[in-house]
Design a protein around this ligand. Structure first.
Ligand SMILES: Cc1cc2nc3c(=O)[nH]c(=O)nc-3n(C[C@H](O)[C@H](O)[C@H](O)COP(=O)(O)O)c2cc1C
Length: 157
């Protein structure tokens, strides 16, 4: 797989757990896509149409700012991209991440956690936001199995 990075966004910690498992299983570096402004519980209330997450997800052009950068992105051949499903797709801050680096020719592998929604719509959206990357099929990691999945990918390559 070459040098691998696991980049993830997690508002509540569930995706962070999966990301740590993937990184450990593959010997990859771990990078948190950390919002400049952290999400509060009120920000995450999807029942409130005026909450920060609702406002962001209603605006396809919204790009929440990220704290910090990956200084050595050029070193990585493979980047896992992990996130919670928000409104059936990736949170807008993941689009910020994808548009912040040159992923041309790199292999990107998405994974997500959710309350039950699948990852298919997010996979389509990710590829639209970063068409230069080589996207591999993603994985919903709700039931665990992160380490086994990630190890299996290494054997294929
Ligand atoms: C704003 C918001 C929108 C969400 N939208 C969905 C959704 O469309 N489908 C779904 O199954 N779960 C949805 N969820 C649930 C999260 O995907 C799920 O709880 C996820 O595991 C959270 O990961 P985290 O702890 O890493 O943030 C949503 C959660 C939030 C906060």
């Amino acid at each position: 797989m070459g040098k691998t990075l696991v980049a993830y966004f997690s508002a509540g910690g569930t995706t962070a757990r999966a990301a740590r498992e993937v990184a450990q299983a593959t010997g990859a570096d771990l990078y948190e896509i950390a919002p400049k402004q952290r999400y509060t519980a009120a920000d995450l209330d999807w029942r409130d149409a005026s909450s920060r997450s609702s406002v962001e997800m209603n605006d396809a052009g919204c790009r929440p700012a990220i704290e910090g950068v990956v200084g050595n992105m050029g070193d990585y051949d493979t980047v896992f991209v992990g996130f919670p499903i928000w409104w059936y797709v990736e949170p807008r801050i993941v689009d910020t991440f994808l548009e912040s680096y040159d992923f041309a020719g790199k292999t990107l592998i998405p994974f997500a956690t959710s309350g039950g929604s699948g990852i298919a719509r997010a996979e389509k959206s990710l590829a639209e936001h970063c068409p230069a990357a080589i996207w591999r099929p993603g994985r919903l990691l709700n039931g665990g199995g992160a380490a086994a999945w990630a190890k299996g990918l290494q054997q294929v390559k």
